[in-house]
Write a new protein. Structure first.
Length: 757
């Protein structure tokens, strides 16, 4: 098999060094434009990309040797000169070897394997399949399990992913007949990635499986669960490790991503257990009911295996973020650590939030309990759920009729509706009050300012520290939504540009934390205190002992009625407790049945739905909003209950509204101070209601910005509607709402904004 001699590489490398000396001494020529007409599709792109690359190669220069070699190799692959590309990439590897020592491999490995395979194909006159197999095996044999796992993931990415990226780029440039140098190189890289993956894509499937078989031992078994059911359990461990190792367990539902092999690549026994599904009950099986006991059975099973050192860590998000807490409630001896993100906490953020039930819970419970399966309830492309929301909203029927309108009986959802308070039913699923005091294992919670799960994550964190002052429980929070928590960070989130400091790898951080717990590795610097939070706009992480310690002061803004024709104000000084801001809402008007909440976090205007806007004066100096906001509402209402929404924005001097957290903070007034016991309002009487948000945020507010609060009444097609009778809200209908809601917000009302000076 052909091998490039070290002498050839050294000669080429020396030539490149001389070329860089010349480039550094030469005057800057500036960016060049090249004639280019975008092809119709990636399938038709070879000739156009080849032509563009051939015109770039003679003139391309860069003062950075490594960037030059990388881009030169892409140009060489684009024109089909794979022997030269192979030499360029080997020279690049030699340069990076010292600086990258000890660091994980990068995606560049894909092009190292591909360029070398194409060069072998031509020089040795073999098939590409044989050449690629040789190049793949030669490279993968040099990698440890961690790097190999990353490499197999990059190599196994579907060609369609790169095809779509290339098509998008072509569409972007279709209206032009020229392209500048930097854009041309970026485009050529997209083509090379697509061309490489479509060329070796079919080969990689078997080669990756072969490499996995060589590296790991995989066991599939059934573990008995209480009640006669059983759980499907897969355990994957490194084949080359002969001593017992800690296990990392994810207890999840069918169809969820499986990270067991990634755990094994990091030196653990990776275990994934699928929740038992064969229990029979005419009343329906609650998806939360058996998770704690079942996960406990799997933990005990792991501890008895010869490959286990008796220590188990649990991790997960969503439903699998609930399971570790359900298991921890039972205090299994082998459970030694928990790391969760974007968790579900039954009774806290699901199936209700702020004690307001959400329609998505109906669909999700069907999905978890109905063997026939239904569409994902919160999917953006699920028209059947949007249609159900609109149908129910327009009908004015009680919330309990949601299942009748859909045509599927759902006893689990009805059972949930029977428990609108955080009563013993919900308390049974998670640790409650003094039970938190017994949790003395390390716990890591990761969440986001824009994550729907934030109230659950903060509840678990706060309750643990409340009942166990010495709890080893760490919180990491930043500008993320639940999608980012699962798929990884992105520079952009719903039109908001995320700070570079916030672009972290959650899974990598989780493994570093587990390594600290189980392998005595150093604690990641990002997790240096109990509360670790990214300050949006400041592009920095800060660390605090507690949620309260995030702030060292507050700004109290009173609700101030506007002079006619002006905005209502957030005022630092209380003007009067007699003047009020009126707010009315019709329960029977359903013309807005197709409404959906805006997704963008930055907007040029606000259009509050059933809400009132309050705007502060410009801030005299820069200030940092960090922590939980709170307040007290002084009001009179003609109903015995209502559902409130509070949303806060920074209004920038340029006119942009930036949401400070999301989704909106929502709460049923009768549960604002006590989620266990309902305290109805006094219809027709002036009264006060104190509240504390279940969402935190941290953002550096600019001097000249204004704080904007939107105070709304919730009446949404995708939520339970509170008509204010004081009875069971799920049984109320539009017949109970013939009289509009009428509120007076008095000037004694205020909101406290936590600030860090």
């Amino acid at each position: 098999m052909r091998r490039i001699t070290r002498l050839r590489v050294r000669l080429i490398d020396a030539f490149i060094v001389l070329a860089f000396i010349f480039v550094a001494a030469a005057p800057s020529w500036g960016a060049q434009d090249f004639y280019f007409r975008a092809p119709a599709s990636p399938a038709d792109a070879a000739a156009a990309i080849n032509d563009l690359a051939s015109r770039l190669i003679p003139v391309y220069q860069d003062s950075d040797p490594e960037r030059y070699l990388a881009n030169l190799s892409a140009l060489q692959m684009a024109v089909g000169d794979y022997a030269a590309a192979d030499i360029s990439r080997q020279s690049l590897r030699d340069r990076r070897r010292k600086s990258d020592f000890g660091h994980p491999v990068s995606r560049a490995l894909v092009f190292d394997i591909y360029a070398h395979a194409k060069a072998l194909e031509i020089e040795n006159r073999v098939t590409f399949a044989d050449a690629f197999t040789s190049s793949y095996r030669e490279t993968m044999r040099r990698l440890d399990d961690r790097d190999a796992f990353a490499a197999t993931g990059w190599l196994g990415t579907a060609p369609q992913f790169y095809r779509d990226a290339l098509q998008q780029a072509f569409d972007q440039y279709r209206a032009n007949d020229s392209i500048d140098e930097s854009a041309a190189i970026a485009l050529i890289w997209k083509y090379v990635a697509f061309d490489a993956h479509r060329t070796f894509g079919a080969l990689v499937v078997l080669l990756n499986a072969e490499d996995d078989h060589r590296r790991y031992t995989i066991d599939n078994t059934l573990v008995p669960a209480p009640g006669g059911a059983s759980m499907s359990v897969t355990a994957i461990r490194p084949a080359g490790v002969n001593k017992p190792v800690p296990a990392l367990l994810e207890f999840t539902a069918r169809g969820a991503p499986n990270y067991a092999m990634e755990c094994a690549a990091r030196g653990y026994a990776g275990v994934v257990a699928i929740a038992a599904e064969k229990r029979k009950s005419a009343a329906g099986i609650d998806p939360f009911e058996y998770a704690g006991d079942d996960a406990g059975e799997v933990i005990d099973w792991i501890a008895k295996q010869a490959w286990s050192d008796g220590r188990v860590g649990m991790y997960g998000d969503g439903y699998s973020g609930y399971a570790p807490w359900a298991a921890a409630k039972r205090l299994p001896k082998a459970l030694k650590a928990i790391a969760t993100s974007a968790s579900v906490a039954p009774g806290i953020n699901f199936p209700m939030e702020g004690s307001i039930f959400q329609n998505s819970a109906y669909g999700w419970s069907l999905q978890m309990t109905d063997a026939a399966r239904v569409a994902e309830p919160d999917s953006s492309d699920a028209p059947e759920w949007r249609a159900l929301n609109e149908k129910w909203y327009r009908s004015g029927r009680p919330y309990r009729d949601l299942g009748r309108l859909y045509g599927k009986h759902n006893p689990v959802f009805i059972r949930w509706l029977n428990h609108p308070s955080y009563d013993a039913y919900w308390q049974n699923f998670l640790p409650y009050q003094e039970q938190f005091a017994h949790l003395d294992i390390p716990i890591l919670t990761m969440t986001g300012y824009y994550s729907a799960s934030e109230p659950a994550d903060l509840y678990l964190f706060a309750q643990h520290h409340r009942y166990n002052p010495h709890a080893d429980h760490t919180l990491l929070i930043g500008p993320y939504d639940e999608g980012m928590m699962r798929a990884g960070t992105s520079p952009s989130l719903s039109s908001y540009q995320v700070d570079s400091a916030a672009l972290i790898d959650f899974r990598e951080l989780r493994y570093q934390w587990f390594d600290h717990v189980f392998k005595d590795s150093a604690l990641p610097a990002l997790l240096s205190n109990s509360v670790n939070y990214e300050v949006m706009g400041a592009n920095e992480w800060r660390h605090a002992e507690s949620l309260d310690a995030m702030t060292d002061g507050s700004l109290r803004y009173y609700l101030d009625a506007a002079v006619s024709g002006q905005n209502h104000r957030l005022s630092l000084h209380k003007k009067t407790n007699v003047v009020f801001v009126p707010q009315n809402m019709s329960f029977v008007d359903r013309k807005d049945a197709a409404w959906t909440p805006a997704a963008d976090l930055i907007s040029r205007s606000l259009a509050p739905r059933h809400g009132t806007i309050f705007v502060s004066d410009p801030l005299s100096k820069q200030s940092t909003f960090s922590g939980l906001f709170s307040g007290r509402l002084d009001f009179e209402v003609n109903k015995m209950d209502m559902d409130l929404n509070i949303t806060l924005y920074e209004l920038l001097p340029n006119g942009d509204y930036v949401r400070l957290f999301g989704p909106t903070y929502e709460v049923r007034a009768s549960y604002a101070q006590d989620r266990v016991h309902r305290h109805l309002l006094k219809a027709g009487e002036r009264q006060k209601l104190a509240f504390k948000s279940e969402r935190i945020t941290s953002r550096q507010l600019q001097a000249g910005s204004r704080i904007v609060m939107v105070l709304s009444i919730s009446k949404r097609p995708d939520r339970e509607i509170n008509y204010g009778t004081g009875g069971d809200v799920s049984e109320e209908s539009s017949a109970d709402g013939k009289i509009p809601l009428k509120i007076r917000w008095y000037g004694d009302s205020y909101i406290d904004i936590p600030v860090h000076k």
